[in-house]
Ligand binder design. Sequence first.
Ligand SMILES: Cc1cc2nc3c(=O)[nH]c(=O)nc-3n(C[C@H](O)[C@H](O)[C@H](O)COP(=O)(O)O)c2cc1C
Length: 345
Amino acid sequence: MTNLYHPVQIGNLSLAGNVFLAPMADVSDASYRSICADCGADFAYTELISSEALVRDNQKTFDMMVRAPNEKAYAVQIFGSTEETMANAARVVLAKTSCECLDINCGCPVPKVTKTGAGSVLTREPEKLYKITKAVVEAVQGYCDQRPDINGNLVAYSQPIPVTVKIRMGWDSQHITYKDCAQAALEAGAQAIAIHGRTTAQGYEGKASWEVIKELVDFVGGRIPVIGNGDIKVPEDAARMIQETGCDAVMVARGARGNPFIFTKIREHLTTGKITEIPFNTTLEAGFREMALLVEAFGETPACMKMRGRFSNYVKGFDGAKELRLKIVQAKTVADFQEIFKPYL
Ligand SMILES: Cc1cc2nc3c(=O)[nH]c(=O)nc-3n(C[C@H](O)[C@H](O)[C@H](O)COP(=O)(O)O)c2cc1C
């Protein structure tokens, strides 16, 4: 197998590799992104962040955008339905964070979001997708205030960061619009496009269409990178997606839940064709590091509540997973988790 691992250029953002962590609500926070960065993810996104909440100066929303100190580059993903609010939100993101990229969510299928005219409903209206993307691109290019750097010091903003979009292939089987959406995004100045090969109507059912990813790669023709997404569960899937579709980067969501070492394995597999298994205790140690970061960010009780679901994912596939889960969902303190996992650490 030739080396499928390579750098990616998104506008003026140079990434060392082509293995990305997807945006995931309640999953891809700074704590988990930090673990994934350690495990080899080259790039990651925040979960979707409301443009309305950003312009309302909502501190809790600002907290959702913070950078993990060890990540080399990350994107803040925003969603919204009006050009004005999205442009204003983009300026807030620039003023508050050191993110290297701003991503527009055009893929969220959740009715709470689509009913407001945001998320994947934008794939039904490529003209609106164009207007929103253009407004955000112009806001980012026209921004002239200082921005925080990685250490939080305010610095001059000299290089406009790239704006990217993440779409589904369409609304339903009657509305397969990904090419129109890509064209709209390109014309509006987006510098990469990520595609999840399902329609909104499919939700997460069925198989993601990699054929569609390939067609999008052909359609875009190298003008901007295409990031392939959908159903990468094991490292071999990542290699196959790159080979079958020609996508510039792969983006992993569900396959990375409680499984940060998937990035280590994908990188190894893309580079050498091999996969080295990771011992269970090493995986668990990553979970404990995640928990420690969550405790720092939110305090022990909220962190432990979050870790109930997250540790349940960490033990997935392990022989005693079922018994462990029964205990995990009752844990309230860090000490409870330590007690549960003592035999395995
Ligand atoms: C729990 C969860 C939360 C998600 N949150 C977001 C989100 O905030 N923004 C977004 O663009 N996609 C979101 N997605 C979609 C994923 O980024 C991805 O497109 C989808 O899961 C398909 O990839 P996969 O097959 O690797 O899981 C979410 C998916 C899951 C499972």
